[in-house]
Design a protein around this ligand. Sequence first.
Ligand code: URA
Length: 207
Amino acid sequence: MSDFMTLAALAGEEEMCTRCPLYRSATQAVPGEGPRGARVMLVGEQPGDAEDLSGRPFVGSAGRLLDKALAKVHLPRDECFVTNAVKHFKFEPRGKRRLHKRPDAGEIDACRWWLTQERALVQPGLVVAMGATAIRGVLGRSETVARLRGRLIDLDAHAKFLATIHPSFLLRLQEEEDKRREWARFLSDLEVAAEWARAGDGMQMNA
Ligand code: URA
């Protein structure tokens, strides 16, 4: 059960969050986005510069790559609930630029309360954690992507869990061979989610 009646009410409260210091320098909180009742929830790390300015998750370069991957595996983004483990942008000012800084365990754990509220409202049957921050946000403990990735795990009585890399990992790779290999692995992880959504429980998508 969520403390909130609607996703809009939840987003309004997230905007006023002071659970950790990140709200002080971010432009705004970036709530999750997507239909209530989405069968798949995709969890990223935290908003980046573009998301902080627009107020929407995954609209920058990592988001464009995610969109491309979702299209490849035929998992429509607009049928998923897309959110982040941490709702405020953490950065270090460098001249006119704002350089992404990874949220620490305390910030992830403070923000977990919001992720739990989102889950309670949306009630996804599958939660996909992209990267180590998302894994901690969802599971409440640190685990490596390498140990968990690519397989469906029971999260609780109601939902499955799938871990994969964060799409920004792909953007940092330099070598063409590494890019090709890691892109294929990312697609194969997402294919597990897409297949789950198409089969069994997932048949109720949009029901
Ligand atoms: N990276 C994330 O983890 N989330 C976003 O919303 C954008 C980039």
